[in-house]
Ligand binder design. Structure first.
Ligand code: COA
Length: 275
């Protein structure tokens, strides 16, 4: 085996990435194609003798940054390449000024991140269900998102995540979404944004607004799965009552300053690499 080198990913690396596709994952070429269009992301590859053996991404949001995905060719695992890629992403995000690094770990990834100092901060819960919920329309003051809702959405999101995810919210809102408004004063109480990779983020400042968005967004998109932090017990109870079951869990891991967030306000996470 040759020496491993790390370099920035280029668009002509996307096709050969297919050779390191992890089993059971969505097409990683499409994932990395998206990161290459989003300036907050820095994607890298690991090479041995000119062949790509791994890839990774870091997302810079200011005080916080997200690590992942980290992927190593199945045939090249256990040689320290995953650790090398993770360290390179961590170094990049620290250099950019992040004081907190976050990630969502798979079972294979967690020991690698623990050795690098990350600590578990609860788990994300993945639920799936039948079409019952999609058919029973939840009434409520819901309307399509308009670009003028952005400042309100950014406020809700910052309060819920404790992070400045506004650059991604601006990118996602171009594909549309929904907002729940207050019946009295019309203020935005929750939002859903469509995403290219699955059910997009749902954030709301009350369980009622969150449930309405979960129901409407899943019906609109035809999705029968959602993921959120286990501390949002209201979301789990709502979906269990609607016949959903818990499919799996994945650890949220943190390195550095803790983030003051409100997991109970997040009814659907963005994705594995953005939290
Ligand atoms: C998770 C993943 C990226 C790890 O990649 P990897 O290259 O095997 O990781 P490393 O080699 O750095 O570490 C894995 C193990 O090899 C050991 N190792 C590290 N350096 C080593 C070296 N030079 N020689 C031998 N073993 C080594 C590590 O101690 C670790 O052992 P442990 O499981 O007992 O902790 C890889 O399994 C993968 O791509 N999985 C599928 C996708 C995935 O789940 N990604 C994580 C998303 S959160």
């Amino acid at each position: 085996m040759g020496k491993t080198s790390i370099r920035l990913m280029r668009s002509n690396d996307l096709e050969p990435l297919g050779a390191i596709q992890p089993e059971g994952w969505k097409d990683i070429r499409a994932m990395f194609a998206y990161y290459l269009t989003y300036p907050a992301c820095t994607s890298i590859v690991a090479e041995q003798d000119g062949r790509i053996v791994g890839s990774a991404n870091g997302t810079y949001w200011g005080a916080t940054g997200w690590v992942g995905p980290i992927i190593v060719d199945q045939r090249a695992r256990g040689q320290g390449i995953g650790t090398l890629l993770t360290e390179a992403v961590m170094e990049q995000l620290h250099k950019q000024g992040c004081s907190t690094l976050l990630l969502i770990a798979t079972e294979l990834g967690q020991p690698v991140y623990e050795k690098l100092g990350f600590a578990v901060q609860g788990r994300y819960c993945f639920m799936k269900g039948g079409s019952e919920l999609l058919q029973t329309v939840r009434e409520g003051p819901v309307r399509p998102l308009s670009p003028s809702d952005l400042p309100a959405i950014e406020r809700l999101d910052r309060e819920a995540s404790g992070e400045d995810r506004s650059s991604l919210l601006r990118k996602l809102q171009a594909s549309g979404g929904l907002v729940v408004t207050d019946g009295n004063d019309g203020a935005v109480r929750g939002y859903f944004l469509r995403s290219p990779w699955g059910l997009g983020p749902i954030v709301a400042d009350s369980p009622e607004a969150g449930f309405t968005l979960l129901q409407r967004a899943m019906a609109m998109e035809g999705h029968k799965s959602a993921a959120f932090h286990e501390d949002n017990t209201a979301a789990a109870e709502y979906l269990l009552q609607a016949g959903f079951t818990i499919n799996t869990y994945a650890s949220r891991m943190v390195l550095g300053e803790s983030v003051a967030w409100k997991p109970q306000n997040i009814f659907a996470r963005i994705s594995g690499s953005f939290g």
